[in-house]
Design a protein around this ligand. Structure first.
Ligand code: COA
Ligand code: AMP
Length: 632
């Protein structure tokens, strides 16, 4: 049932003639100077897209639509059940707000290439700040508001921002979270200091401002002069977004301007079937890649209306929250993490609240961020009567690698699969030696270079880490860190990470980072953190610790201290609640902890003890303890 084209034809063309294919996609964007050099690959295979094109992403997302006569159309709808507020911005109003805030940033010394860290809750000012930075040709780095001071400090030190933009507080279901103490603490930990901090005071909590450094947003905006868009090269960075890797130091994924704009516009049409004027809602947070791509940039670049939702799927105030927003704002496509639907289902198993809402405008439900389990998929389809589209992507790619293309050529979906590779992505399933595996066999999922437009161009300040972490495992390929397989029809099934990354409620976290925090406790000799299956959040971290000889601490007391440390250093979103004292950890003879084996044991899966194990008895010991834990 082809809509606008044939999937195979479009997909093959995108791989055979990437330059022709993406030049065509780029032609519909309002460049200042249209690119003539479409693709350049360096010796490592790293692609630069549209290198001689000149543009400004905020111009393409706002001014262009105003100039084209869409100024009165809604650009952004803010819906906040936690404050009982709503606000609506037309393209004209959003453009003006962004231009004025850009003027304020310029007056604070921000110019092209400078970094601005944004640590904000889900308020329109967060979007305004991002677009204002883009307007100046500067580089934003948004830090998720749920991260603790230490995480914020790591990002500030790495990005070295000229200005930090924050708010007095975020609002969770049952409490107000003051941000300013976290910012102050982060800045104490930092060796680099921004010249100024712009603070949005919210009525729920007034922040104390530090004289000489902090500025009250409302006061300084009053005298700001609007700033014009600053032209940038397509390859200049638009933003840095930090994501969890295998070590304690997050990786700053760098996204360019030109490839990003082209890829996101293509995705809005092809993956999401969205046209200008239609309403798109990504129920995520601007601190994550989903928020960057599909709350802020893609809907605006495509001339759609985006919904910015400050609330949860449940408890704000109930499990009808999503359906209320969809009905009220006439959302055509909803995009959320599977966890959100598991939470709704838990509270409203028969979907009685869904049935009380008119969902006629809703045409699609998209999910990503973690595996969509078949039971949630079936529940959602059965009760919503809408197509449920699982699609797979990562912070690094910025848009979907595999999906069912609703705007091009929709195919039947298969539970457990994120469907077919999206045009531009040459997906390969490889064995350890880099050879392609046949259908049905599980291996590492890699993408043959060049990556399409929109994907990361480097790791901020550390190109070596980019090459070593992503491009060195299989020459000529980007390694995704996910394992999986293809079936006979080419459908891709993502089976989970092959590294130390876990997904907790759709949030990407590093077990390696958690291990570093646990290991810094005086009583801990050694530890491992693994992801164990959880019915609601997909995975939860579990710490396994070995005590130092002579450590005089009860296991329960140690657990409490370790839980508090992770909460303090990473934040409550790590959902680290359990640390189990074990006598030994199963290791190879060379001393490597067998984390995969531990994961299988903890999840009650079948496992084979590898022949390289040092002491087979250590597995039985830990298995007995983990069995007790599962039965608790
Ligand atoms: N600022 C501060 N704290 C935050 C926060 C934020 N932005 N977001 C979450 N937290 C805190 C929560 O208050 C909670 O604290 P607690 O342990 O003191 O209760 C903790 O972090 C865990 O939060 P969360 O994972 O959201 O759990 P929850 O039990 O409050 O809610 C769900 C469960 C399923 C409703 C929620 O996880 C959810 O909405 N998941 C979908 C997430 C999502 O959209 N991910 C997609 C990213 S693409
Ligand atoms: P993030 O970078 O936070 O978007 O997380 C990316 C990771 O989330 C991927 O590498 C996968 O492990 C996981 N993920 C994202 N989408 C899916 C999906 N549709 N199915 C399975 N896993 C997914």
């Amino acid at each position: 049932m082809s809509k606008q084209g044939d999937y195979q034809e479009e997909y093959q063309r995108s791989l055979k003639d990437p330059e022709g294919f993406w030049a065509e996609q780029a032609a519909s964007l309002p460049w200042y100077r249209a690119p003539t050099e479409i693709l350049r690959s360096d010796a490592d295979g790293v692609a630069s897209w549209f290198a001689d094109g000149e543009m400004n992403t905020a111009y393409m997302a706002l001014d262009h639509h105003v100039e084209a006569g869409r100024g009165d159309q809604l650009a952004l709808i803010y819906d906040s059940p936690v404050t009982q507020q709503q606000a609506k911005y037309t393209y004209l109003a959003l453009r003006d707000a962004v231009a004025t805030f850009a003027g304020l940033l310029r007056a604070q010394g921000v110019s092209k290439g400078d970094r601005v860290v944004i640590y904000m809750p889900m308020v329109p000012e967060a979007v305004i700040a991002m677009l204002a930075v883009a307007r100046l040709g500067a580089i934003h780095s948004v830090v998720f508001g749920g991260f603790a001071a230490n995480e914020l400090a790591l990002r500030i030190d790495d990005a070295q921002p000229k200005v930090l933009v924050t708010a007095s507080c975020g609002i969770e279901v049952d409490r107000v979270i003051p941000y300013k103490p976290l910012v102050d603490k982060a800045l104490e930990l930092c060796s680099e200091q921004p010249a100024s901090c712009i603070v949005l005071q919210r009525p729920e909590c007034q922040a104390e401002l530090t004289s000489g450094r902090d500025l009250d947003w409302a006061q300084v905006i009053a005298s700001a002069e609007p700033a014009d868009c600053v032209p940038v090269r397509a390859t200049d960075p638009l933003y840095i977004l930090y994501t969890s890797g295998t070590t304690g130091k997050p990786k700053g994924v760098v996204r360019d301007n030109g490839g990003h704009a082209v890829a996101l516009c293509y995705s809005m049409r092809t993956v999401y079937d969205m046209a200008p004027g239609e309403v798109f809602w990504a129920a995520s947070d601007v601190g994550w890649v989903v928020g960057h791509s599909y709350i802020v940039y893609a809907p605006l670049l495509a001339g759609c209306t985006t919904v910015l939702y400050e609330g949860k799927p449940v408890r704000t105030p109930d499990a009808a929250a999503f359906w209320r927003v969809v009905e009220e704002h006439q959302v055509k496509a909803l995009f959320a993490a599977p966890t959100a639907f598991r939470a709704i289902r838990k509270e409203d198993p028969e979907a009685a609240q869904l049935k009380q809402h008119n969902l006629d405008h809703l045409q699609y439900i998209f999910v990503a961020g973690e595996r969509l389990d078949p039971s949630t998929y079936d529940w959602l389809r059965e009760h919503s009567h809408k197509p449920v589209i699982d699609h797979w992507w990562q912070t690094e790619t910025g848009w979907a690698i595999c999906a069912n293309l609703m705007g091009l050529d929709p195919k039947p979906s298969k539970a457990g699969s994120s469907s077919l590779p999206v045009p531009g992505y040459d997906v390969r399933i490889l064995d350890d030696s880099g050879l392609e595996l046949p259908a049905g066999e599980q291996g590492a999922i890699a993408l043959r270079l060049p990556l399409p437009p929109g994907c990361l161009s480097t790791v901020w300040g550390n190109h070596e880490r980019f090459l070593a972490g992503y491009l060195s495992s299989y020459p000529g390929h980007y390694v995704s860190g996910d394992g999986g397989y293809r079936d006979e029809e080419g459908y891709v099934f993502i089976m989970g990470r092959t590294d130390d990354v876990i997904n907790v409620a759709g949030h990407r976290l590093s077990t390696g980072e958690m291990e570093e925090i646990l290991a810094s406790h005086g009583a801990v000799a050694e530890c491992a953190v693994i992801g164990v299956d959880d019915q609601l959040k997909g995975q939860l971290p579990l710490g396994l610790v070995i005590l130092k000889d002579g450590a005089a601490i009860e296991p329960e007391a140690l657990e409490q201290e370790l839980v508090a440390r992770i909460r303090e250093d990473i934040g409550a979103i790590a959902c680290f609640q359990r640390a189990l004292v074990v006598p030994r950890l199963p290791k190879t003879r060379s001393g490597k902890i067998l984390r995969k084996l531990l994961r299988q044991v903890a999840n009650g899966e079948d496992y084979t003890v590898p022949s390289t194990i040092d002491d087979p008895a250590s597995v039985d010991e830990v298995a007995a303890q983990l069995k007790d834990l599962r039965n608790e």
